[in-house]
Design a protein around this ligand. Structure first.
Ligand SMILES: C=C(O[C@@H]1C=C(C(=O)O)C=C[C@H]1O)C(=O)O
Length: 242
């Protein structure tokens, strides 16, 4: 019998915690409505703010039983709910391979609240996002046959579009050496903090060569020191380890 009463006790505690969380979630969503007013015309989605916020929460969770991927996933839901309260951000995606894996990748980074539109090619997804005021494209990371990034380079058709987020946000321990599976692209002014700056450069440069197309090279640089702003086509936050 004591087993049962222990269970009842723990359930009551869980109920108490859940009710407290529900109250906090409602409070958070109400604050999002205030953020919208404060932003007045500015872009709703702030990927750098989201990523640095999640990185801070992950480090706060260190020493507890809360894994980084769980922190990232929960806040992906909360933040995407917050953005959907604020306005009409939509995700336009084209990813190769298994649909379920791709949807899980998107869900892990963006939660389930944002409308999701699928396209057969990266260029179609990018074009649709480009024509959508608050649109975000999710496409395979540059490299190999994925050379859509050349249109982000100076003189390209979408030179005001930037690579702004990495998927997955929490790095997998699979030897990819810090290069994501997919990236998010949007028309957002970059604030180059202490992350990974992506530059499209003709010819050789310092940094890690991530992709090539003709004589155009995509380099990943550590930080923005000595970087020519005109070459910058993206920014990724420092990777967060699982
Ligand atoms: C609340 C904001 O808007 C969005 C929602 C965020 C959130 O819910 O924490 C964070 C960044 C933005 O993508 C913000 O810019 O701070």
């Amino acid at each position: 019998m004591s087993g049962n009463s222990d269970l009842e006790k723990v359930r009551r505690e869980l109920d108490r915690v859940d009710r407290a969380m529900l109250g906090l979630i409602a409070e958070r969503l109400a604050l999002s409505a205030d953020v919208r007013k404060a932003k007045a015309g500015a872009k709703l989605w702030r990927p750098a703010r989201e990523d640095s916020h999640v990185a801070d929460l992950v480090s706060m969770a260190q020493g507890t039983d809360t894994p980084p991927a769980l922190v990232s996933r929960i806040w992906a839901e909360l933040m995407s709910a917050s953005i959907s309260v604020q306005g009409s951000t939509r995700l336009h995606f084209a990813l190769e391979g298994d649909t379920r894996t791709n949807l899980a990748l998107i869900r892990d980074r963006f939660g389930g609240s944002l409308p999701l539109l699928s396209y057969p090619t990266s260029s179609a997804a990018l074009a649709a996002a480009y024509g959508d005021d608050e649109g975000i494209a999710v496409v395979p990371a540059p490299g190999g046959m994925n050379n859509w990034w050349t249109s982000l380079a100076p003189g390209g058709a979408m030179s005001d579009f930037k690579i702004v987020a990495a998927l997955p946000r929490i790095e997998l321990k699979d030897g990819r050496q810090g290069w994501p599976q997919a990236v998010a692209v949007a028309a957002i002014d970059l604030d180059l903090a202490n992350g990974r700056v992506l530059c499209a450069i003709r010819g050789k440069a310092k940094g890690t060569l991530r992709a090539e197309s003709g004589d155009l090279c995509l380099y990943e640089m550590n930080g923005a020191d000595g970087v020519d702003r005109n070459d910058v086509i993206g920014y990724l936050p420092p990777p967060v380890s699982s």
